[in-house]
Design a protein around this ligand. Structure first.
Ligand code: R5P
Length: 297
């Protein structure tokens, strides 16, 4: 039985098809003060194994809550869906968090800051038996859950969607932390060179990129990262590559947050192609992370 968060309906549907499990029909609403209301859609037929009789709601089987958490509201919604499943008697309650927000605050980066990822994960692990999350920014965050949490990677699923045209493309990580993702993509493609730049973040919306010595003139470069948020990292890397005579720049990212004007920023910077998974539902999210999650389930 799948319970989908409002921000993860495409991936939840793909998982339901792959697992041959029904989706519980839900309505998502807000009270005038902004509080979220999630409830079973009383007007929709319920799948076998789900009952709504007067004041009783029951789920006879396991429940899989599928909900990315790019916003604070999405975190609340996961808690609501877990509570709904738990109180309905679902056993076990599995929570799939395709994109786990706050994972970039996996430590206190400055004294006087909370470990925000720890606070969030403790809450998200409180009403579930197991968590699966896709390419968390730091796998350390899985240790913050009080229940088993398994990170899975979907980066290899991006390869078929990329229009890689030339032999020996360069798979480039914009910083050292993303290098394993670049290696995974290169391995899935079956060949190509690997390199990484050095990144220094100067603010939430700007970064300084120090390029490597790698030859890029006339080459096809695939920049690989876990998250594109403001697009500043990829735009800066693309500008460096363009100055050095790159032929084509393709972007492969797992989580396309695409905050504000990120898409146009990347296009203006000279990016030729952007491919992402559906852990975040955006126009560029043409690849489903469902196969990676199904393997873990
Ligand atoms: C940070 O280390 C991440 O891997 C991404 O590079 C970062 O989140 C991208 O953010 P933005 O698109 O705002 O530069």
């Amino acid at each position: 039985m799948i319970l989908s968060g409002s921000a993860s309906q495409a991936l939840a549907t793909a998982l339901a098809s792959a697992l041959d499990e029904p989706i519980v029909p839900l309505d998502y609403d807000r009270f005038p003060d902004g509080e979220l209301l999630v409830q079973v859609d009383r007007g929709a037929p319920l799948p076998d194994g789900v009952r709504l009789d007067g004041s009783t709601f029951a789920i006879d089987d396991r429940a899989i809550v599928v909900a990315s958490t790019p916003t604070p509201s999405d975190h609340i919604e996961v808690l609501q869906l877990q509570d709904l499943a738990r109180e309905a008697g679902a056993d076990p309650v599995v929570t799939v968090i395709p994109y786990l927000g706050y994972a970039r605050q996996e430590v206190a980066h400055e004294p006087g800051q909370p470990v925000s990822a720890r606070a969030v994960c403790r809450a998200l692990g409180s009403s579930t038996d197991r968590v699966i999350t896709v390419d968390p920014h730091e796998s350390l965050v899985c240790e913050y859950f009080d229940v088993p949490c398994e990170p899975v990677s979907a980066v290899h699923t991006l390869v078929p969607a990329l229009s890689i045209a030339r032999d020996e493309p360069l798979f480039l990580a914009p910083d050292e932390g993303a290098r394993p993702l670049a290696e995974a993509l290169r391995d899935a493609h079956g060949g190509g060179e690997i390199d990484h730049f050095v990144k220094h973040r100067t603010s939430g919306e700007s970064v300084e990129i120090t390029p490597s010595e790698c030859e890029v003139a006339g080459r096809e470069v695939i920049i690989v990262d876990d998250i594109v948020a403001t697009g500043s990292t990829i735009a800066s890397a693309t500008e460096v590559l363009t100055e050095r005579g790159v032929s084509t720049v393709r972007i492969a990212c797992v989580h396309a947050l695409f905050v504000g004007g990120a898409y146009t920023r990347l296009r203006r910077a000279g990016v030729d192609e952007i491919v992402a998974t559906d852990t975040i539902e955006r126009a560029v999210s043409t690849v489903s992370a469902a196969p990676a999650v199904v393997d873990a389930l």
